[in-house]
Design a binder for this molecule. Structure first.
Ligand code: CP
Length: 313
């Protein structure tokens, strides 16, 4: 059986091309499973997985939980807002108490960059990073590229554009690592104040003219402006941002070609993208959400097969 090169999923940075091929092949199999009339398999029947969310989430949390249930795993959900974290308990103490209840795998979303790596150094469990601050969101990047791959095939040599708040985005960083592994050509378009330092080291070119960038690309991934992570003002206001970098029908129709439009969500309609484009034929936003379940099933299955537990093939 082919195996992942890693024992945890901390970030795309730690994966190689063979890992990505294995994850996509496995996700294709699981996508077929979740489209059957009976969507459940007993693969992880003997495994218990805890979802630990120290930050808000809609898509990622539900998607992981559904993926776990489709694989037949036992699931525990933990949310920091209703836990003893409020009484001062540390992340490591919280997790070790949960692990004492014989949990095999942890899915962690946490506001601190590096939290999943820290946790794996202090616990025995397999850790999956479901978003660590502004650092990485590996399963989101995997489902983004998988969704593009499903539509237009191998990403090698394809032109992929990321528009939006690159500076504060863990989705952007994971996508940049992954698009490099897949051999895509990458551009970003955003206000220069939102371009991360040294971005060109990731084989990325910056195109401040969104019209040029859209004409160039095969697919555009639109990111939200993350006001909650901004410690200062990076552009005058939402109206000016939308005018210059927001995707709207005029900008898309002027390029006179079909491109795929992706968005990891949550969408701020009317700021980074119009409602009309979210629901247009170019948009694959809800297909991304569907693919998220298959990708997460693949990751948990592949990581579980490296644990000393029984897997029901
Ligand atoms: N894309 C994403 O991570 O969405 P949530 O914050 O709702 O999980």
């Amino acid at each position: 059986m082919r195996k992942l090169s890693v024992d945890h999923l901390h970030g795309i940075k730690f994966l190689n091309k063979a890992d990505i091929d294995l994850i996509f092949d496995t996700a294709l199999n699981f996508k077929e499973v979740i489209n059957r009339p009976i969507k459940k398999v007993p693969t992880l029947r003997d495994i218990t997985i805890a979802n630990l969310f120290f930050e808000n989430s809609t898509r990622t949390k539900i998607s992981f939980e559904l993926a776990q249930k489709r694989l037949g795993a036992d699931v525990i959900n933990f949310s920091s807002s209703s836990s003893s974290v409020k009484k001062g308990e540390s992340l490591i103490d919280t997790v070790n108490n949960i692990l004492a209840m014989k949990v095999d795998m942890i899915v962690l979303r946490h506001p601190n960059p590096g939290s999943s790596i820290l946790l794996s150094k202090h616990t025995e469990s397999c850790i999956i990073n479901a978003g660590d601050g502004t650092h990485e969101h590996p399963t989101q990047a995997l489902l983004d590229s998988f969704s593009i791959f499903e539509k237009i095939g191998d990403l090698k040599g394809k032109n992929i554009l990321i528009v939006g708040d690159i500076l504060h985005s863990r989705v952007a960083l994971s996508n940049l690592y992954l698009l490099n592994l897949l051999g895509a050509n990458i551009k970003i378009s955003c206000p220069l104040s939102l371009v991360p330092k040294d971005i060109e080291k990731l084989n990325v070119s910056v195109e401040p003219d969104i019209h040029k960038a859209l004409r160039w690309c095969d697919a555009v991934n639109v990111l939200r402006v993350q006001r909650e992570r901004m410690i200062k003002s990076y552009f005058p206001d939402n109206r000016e941002y939308s005018m210059l970098f927001g995707l709207d029908e005029n900008k898309i129709s002027s390029i006179k070609k079909d491109i795929l439009i992706l968005h990891p969500g949550p969408v701020n309609r009317g700021v980074e993208i119009t409602s009309g484009l979210v629901e247009s034929n170019n948009s694959i936003i809800l297909e991304q959400v569907e693919n998220g379940v298959a990708i997460r099933m693949a990751i948990m299955y592949l990581l579980a097969s490296k644990l000393n537990v029984s897997i029901n093939e």
